[in-house]
Design a binder for this molecule. Sequence first.
Ligand SMILES: Cc1ncc(C[n+]2csc(CCOP(=O)(O)OP(=O)(O)O)c2C)c(N)n1
Ligand code: SF4
Ligand SMILES: [Mg+2]
Length: 317
Amino acid sequence: MNDTKTEIPNRTAGNINSVPSPALPTEERKGLTKKEIAADHPTWCPGCGDFSVLALYFKLIEKRKIWHEKITTVAGIGCSSRFPYFVQAHGVHYIHGRALPFASGISLSRPDLHVFVFGGDGDAFSIGGNHFNHTARKNVKMTYVVMDNWVYGLTKKQTSPTSPLGFKSKTDTWGAVDYPINPMKQAIAAGATFVARTTHSNPNHVLQMMEAAMDHDGFSFVECLSECVEFYEGAFDASNPRKGGVFNLVPPTHDVTNEMAAYKLADEPFPGYFGIFYKNNKPTKNTKEIAINTSAMEKVKGLKDHEILQKTFDRLK
Ligand SMILES: Cc1ncc(C[n+]2csc(CCOP(=O)(O)OP(=O)(O)O)c2C)c(N)n1
Ligand code: SF4
Ligand SMILES: [Mg+2]
């Protein structure tokens, strides 16, 4: 058994690069270029909204000079969840709906990294619905961007939990009859400590929201409308001024710390508002676990790993 342990530095809020990488030199390094971050050519349909989200993720990494070893990109299954394939960095394309528990493990064991999770409305709110609620309430530090296209794209047009009433799909040929969920209300009610909404058709806004989400010390959730041009064309036209719609920013008078006000904002009919709806600074699960671990390690100070194991076995006798 290895008795030498690598100290994993803890990052709270702020600049990801401010914490030195365990095995790498700490001298000033150049930020990555898009060429160094882009991997495979995305296989999305031409015109898919997901391209915009990926391009802005690259921009975020470039702008904030984040190094490969400082981030990880996690996803479940779906068109949107192919995301990690297209990023030249550490990442995981995991099981459908299970991206958040996997990401929680990374976040809790490597608090010096920033964990980004990308996925679709089906992945987040159908099969992954419970994981969404529990990760939010635990306030595990990560950024979750849900690319909401109101449909299951990868499996070719089934009703999703965000499809509006009347939407005709392969599972609802006469039109959807089940009431859709409201992702913003759900995130606020579940206890997410940062809740924002944006749309692929406004790139500057997407970048702004991803940056603010990354800087938040806690579970940050961003709903990003991302049009599926193949199976739900025009779904978000009413939110796009270039298509005759309106893009309304969250009013400057809105108090982001007021949960009830955020909930009310989320209740506005489509296209609603875009921006940060809710934000608070509750301690994260990461911080709490570090405190527990530190106090537990204090009790076994000076012991070798096999002696700690032996002590544990002795206690079980
Ligand atoms: C356990 C399991 N059940 C069902 C599927 C089939 N499946 C793959 S992706 C998907 C839904 C994807 O929809 P969404 O998350 O909205 O992503 P999109 O393709 O729209 O980006 C389903 C049902 C699966 N891969 N695994
Ligand atoms: S099917 Fe829809 S969501 Fe999937 S890549 Fe094509 S346009 Fe995008
Ligand atoms: Mg979808």
